[in-house]
Design a protein around this ligand. Structure first.
Ligand SMILES: [Zn+2]
Length: 508
């Protein structure tokens, strides 16, 4: 099982949760002011995609808000509306057709009510809302909605997936010319540099790597880590085949101390971006809840996705759909963590694993089809959403050695040593020798299946032993075995990439 196995398992209560070589590019350059935002143009923009230019200019509007509530209630309060740098998203695909995530927001022309922009996402609040503390007290989390800067007043509506439908959480009207909308250049705080450049931001997936837990004296290490992690990402499909569809940039963000906070280990650093282990008190879950700082720092560069590199060796990371990815770059499994978490972040993939010491089982059959593209409940009356990828002759559900796998997995968990911090801070249980050994028995069971490598519907997924199914017997979303992404996960990631790279018919 993956080392992140305890991460979201404890989050899952009853509610379904929603995680080479470089091209010939010049060596990284410091571009301190390269993306400082130009003023919003007052007149007509040059013709490109007509619909975009009719309604938007090529800047980003950012609505910062607080999402407060408990397990049953939600409150939304706007903090501020600001300009957030150039718009890096597509100018031709402005509405999200994938229908993933726990939340979504829509931007409509106020006068005509025409839908101009729509995006789906998950959030830290959404995960916290499923934890035990949310049943006892209120919590509040900062978040942002980002969309191209509208020319005319718009209506913004935030929606939440509730069972099988969407419900409106909050709506407001925004006049981009209002004095309450902060139309000022974002502050440029730290150097931005290019890791991989392949083309215009509006036609590429723009990844932005940010340093957290690196001191000013460790920026050379950050540069090396950013290059290394980028190299590793593009050795895995479908990233490898789609490498030319990506730009990768990085920001040198110095912290006063080396490494981010690890509260359960008594380490209380206040790193620049506020990342910390033990998010929701889980050992290896790392996120930042300081969204305001994160977004302010990131506004110096165009981006679609934020990836925070943690200058730590203890196993850890996290990934939330259209929100953030974190990865501890010095732990032995860093490559795996990055790719797995980007599966959550880019494509809304669900965890396919389910065997865990702390697995929560509802004992109830799901009433709704999960929204994650790689998880199904096989409910009556629903066509299998990856049915076109099922290998010929593969039964649905697909038989596999489930009991033998679970027995072996539990034996491994009993044998696995408790994580011990070495003098260097490395998580000893995750040292290469220790980490590989526990996987061997289960890996052999998976590989021996007659349906290994095929697409079907294998029971056991998304922290549930029964009633939920995954597409393949093994996948990066299921284990740390070198299985790669299954075909269903690969397609989901490719579809996410397409949202950023597709050009309009007029541009072909
Ligand atoms: Zn998969």
């Amino acid at each position: 099982m993956t080392g992140l196995v305890t991460i979201r398992v404890a989050l899952r209560l009853v509610t379904t949760l929603a995680s080479l070589t470089l091209l010939a590019v010049a060596s990284p350059q410091c571009l301190l002011v390269a993306w400082s935002a130009p003023p919003i143009p007052a007149g007509d923009a040059p013709a490109c995609a007509v619909a975009f230019d009719e309604h938007f200019v090529t800047q980003t509007m950012r609505v910062d808000y607080y999402h407060s509530g408990n397990a049953d209630e939600d409150r939304i309060a706007v903090e501020r509306i600001i300009r957030d740098g150039v718009w890096a998203g597509s100018r031709t695909r402005l509405t999200d057709p994938l229908d993933l995530g726990l939340y979504g927001f829509e931007v409509r022309d106020q006068q005509s009510q025409q839908l101009l922009y729509a995006q789906r996402f998950c959030s830290v609040f959404g995960e916290w809302q499923t934890t035990a503390p949310a049943r006892q007290h209120w919590g509040t989390f900062h978040a942002s909605l980002r969309f191209p800067w509208p020319r005319q007043p718009v209506e913004v509506t935030l929606k939440q997936r509730h069972g099988g439908t969407w419900r409106t959480l909050w709506t407001t009207t925004i006049d981009p010319h209002s004095r309450f909308v902060i139309n000022a250049d974002p502050p440029v705080q730290h150097p931005v540099w290019t890791v991989l450049e392949n083309g215009p931001v509006e036609q590429k997936v723009d990844l932005l790597l940010l340093a957290d837990g690196y001191t000013a004296g460790e920026m050379e290490k950050f540069h090396a880590d950013a290059q290394r992690m980028t190299d590793r990402l593009f050795t895995v499909e479908p990233f490898q085949s789609r490498r030319a569809d990506f730009n990768v940039r990085a920001i040198d963000v110095p912290s006063s101390q080396s490494g981010v906070a690890q509260p359960r280990d008594g380490v209380f650093h206040r790193s620049a971006l506020g990342c910390q282990y033990n998010t929701f008190d889980l050992e290896r879950y790392v996120l930042t809840c300081d969204n305001r700082t994160l977004r302010d720092v990131a506004s110096a560069a165009p981006y679609d996705y934020l990836v925070i590199l943690l200058n730590n060796s203890k196993y850890g990371g996290g990934g939330i759909y259209n929100d953030q990815t974190t990865v501890a770059v010095d732990c032995p499994a860093a490559d795996y963590i990055l790719v797995h978490e980007l599966g959550h972040h880019l494509a809304g993939l669900g965890d396919e694993y389910y065997v865990s010491q702390v697995a929560y089982e509802t004992g109830k059959r799901p009433r709704f089809e999960p929204w994650e593209p790689n998880i199904t409940a096989l409910l009556d009356g629903h066509a299998l959403k990856w049915g076109d990828l099922v290998s010929p002759g593969t039964p649905i559900p697909t038989p596999w050695a489930k009991e033998a796998f679970e027995t072996a997995a539990r034996a491994q968990q009993r044998q696995a040593p408790k994580p011990v911090q070495t003098a260097s801070g490395e998580d000893d249980a995750q040292s290469p020798a220790v980490a590989r050994e526990p996987q061997r028995a289960t890996a052999e069971i998976l590989q021996a299946s007659p349906y290994a490598g095929r697409i079907g519907a294998f029971e056991g997924a998304s922290y549930e032993a029964h009633g939920l199914y995954r597409p393949a017997i093994d996948c990066i979303m299921f284990s740390r075995n070198p299985a790669g992404f299954c075909a269903v996960c690969q397609r989901a990631i490719a579809q996410a990439i397409d949202q950023h790279t597709a050009v309009s018919i007029a541009d072909r």
